[in-house]
Write a protein that binds this ligand. Structure first.
Ligand SMILES: *[C@@H]1O[C@H](CO)[C@@H](O)[C@H](O)[C@H]1NC(C)=O
Ligand SMILES: *[C@@H]1O[C@H](CO)[C@@H](O)[C@H](O)[C@H]1NC(C)=O
Ligand SMILES: *[C@@H]1O[C@H](CO)[C@@H](O)[C@H](O)[C@H]1NC(C)=O
Ligand SMILES: *[C@@H]1O[C@H](CO)[C@@H](O)[C@H](O)[C@H]1NC(C)=O
Length: 378
């Protein structure tokens, strides 16, 4: 009961916050149409919780080899903390995930300027990207054969500096036991625009809050023989697509996450660590149909939990949460550096400024699609 009252109070607060923050995007929210809530999807002892604040996955709960349940993604207990948070825990990132150099690009002869929120760069859609807006719940089926939730967001022409209206959908679904599917699409209306959506879960298969020791010991395999090297100061790709062979980026055969972080030249921002886009092997060329392919595998030896990531995107950003520092999360647990790893399937970073990278431009009436599947075993 106390919890229900608290939840209502938080929701009322959020609606006020939403009205205050949203401006033009949610001019219609006064009708009370855009409520923020928390939605569960459950299939046996596998379940996730989603909020339409930022189309965010708040929790992913699954057993280990002994049947012990744990939540394997970092995050917060309440939506209010996601509103305040800056780490993108579990959020749906857009309109353009990752960095855009100097917060600027030119498309069809016109130069667009974006917010600088990462040094001189734009990161993850700007100050208020898609992980910081209220999405509309189109469908929610909590249980049964295919628990699912579909969320919708209308991004307006000029929002955060990007051109053209964009209709965006994301569906989270549990189609089979211990399988999470994420389906995204976006339709450009009126103007061409770059689009690069990414789901930004922070995974720790030993359980959120288990800390760096467990993540650094987890084994990762990435099905990518090439990566896009970056300038160490700005983390912007140089434009080369280089072989991983003989570098600390080589995870083709699988290796513990921490095997080569310490003492190796892995530019991950202010501290060493991975914040690296890989060119996934077998990716479709421009104009070819993009198909689901195996992207990466993660295994936690201590609990026996493992995760396969499949997607149909050209790239995957491997991030070892180098920038996390003392973030108070679920149950008051504190998350720090290397406390989780992210495998954000997406287009290449700064593709809009690199004509040689796979194109992320969506023209009016065209549909951007991005599909991911996570398969868990234990
Ligand atoms: C508000 O929403 C209603 C119902 O969806 C729609 O008919 C109306 O045009 C909207 N008004 C504005 C100002 O967007
Ligand atoms: C909001 O986030 C900041 C760090 O970004 C943190 O210090 C503060 O405690 C948070 N406040 C709430 C109410 O969660
Ligand atoms: C931003 O760009 C200016 C001008 O090129 C440069 O002097 C400055 O060092 C850059 N800042 C960062 C953080 O890269
Ligand atoms: C985008 O996804 C939504 C939800 O699954 C679906 O209803 C819609 O038809 C899709 N749009 C396109 C253009 O494929």
């Amino acid at each position: 009961m106390a919890r229900a009252v608290l939840t209502l109070t938080v929701l009322a607060f959020l609606c006020l916050v939403a009205l205050g923050l949203s401006g033009r995007a949610n001019a219609n929210a006064t009708a009370g149409r855009k409520m923020v809530g928390v939605y569960e999807l459950k299939k046996g002892d596998f379940s996730i919780r989603v909020t339409n604040w930022g189309a965010t996955i708040m929790s992913v709960i699954l057993p280990d080899s002994k049947g012990n349940l744990a939540d394997v993604v970092l995050g917060y207990d309440t939506v209010a903390e996601y509103v305040n948070g800056t780490a993108y825990f579990g959020g749906l990132i857009g309109r353009v995930a990752n960095r855009i150099a100097n917060a600027r690009f030119t498309l069809d002869g016109k130069t667009y300027r974006l917010f600088r929120n990462d040094g001189n760069n734009s990161l993850h859609g700007g100050h208020r990207g898609f992980s910081k807006v209220i999405w509309t719940v189109k469908e929610h089926v909590a249980g049964g054969d295919s628990p699912r939730i579909t969320l919708y967001y209308h991004s307006f022409d000029g929002e955060q500096g990007f051109p053209g209206d964009l209709d965006v959908f994301v569906t989270y679904e549990l189609p089979r036991p211990y399988v999470l599917a994420v389906r995204m699409n976006a339709t450009a209306r009126g103007k061409a625009t770059p689009v690069n959506l990414a789901h930004h879960a922070y995974w720790n298969l030993a359980g959120e809050g288990s800390g760096a020791a467990s993540v650094l010991a987890e084994t990762v395999r990435i099905h990518a023989s090439r990566y896009t090297p970056v300038d160490a100061a700005t983390l912007i790709p140089t434009g080369r697509v280089a072989p991983v062979a003989g570098t600390p980026y080589d995870f083709l055969a699988g290796a513990p996450v921490g095997a080569r972080i310490v003492g190796a030249a892995v530019p991950g921002g202010a501290v060493s660590g991975y914040d690296t886009n890989y060119a996934v092997d077998g990716a479709a060329a421009d104009g070819e149909r993009r198909r689901l392919r195996p992207v990466a595998e993660v295994r936690d030896g201590a609990t026996g939990r493992a995760m396969e990531v499949w997607a149909d995107q050209p790239g995957v950003q491997f991030y070892t949460s180098n920038g996390l520092a003392g973030v108070r999360g679920k149950g008051g647990r504190v998350y720090g550096r290397y406390g989780a790893l992210c495998l954000e399937t997406q287009g290449f970073p700064d593709a809009v400024n690199h004509p040689s990278f796979p194109s992320q431009i969506v023209r009016p009436g065209q549909v951007y699609e991005h599909n991911m599947v996570f398969k868990f075993t234990f």
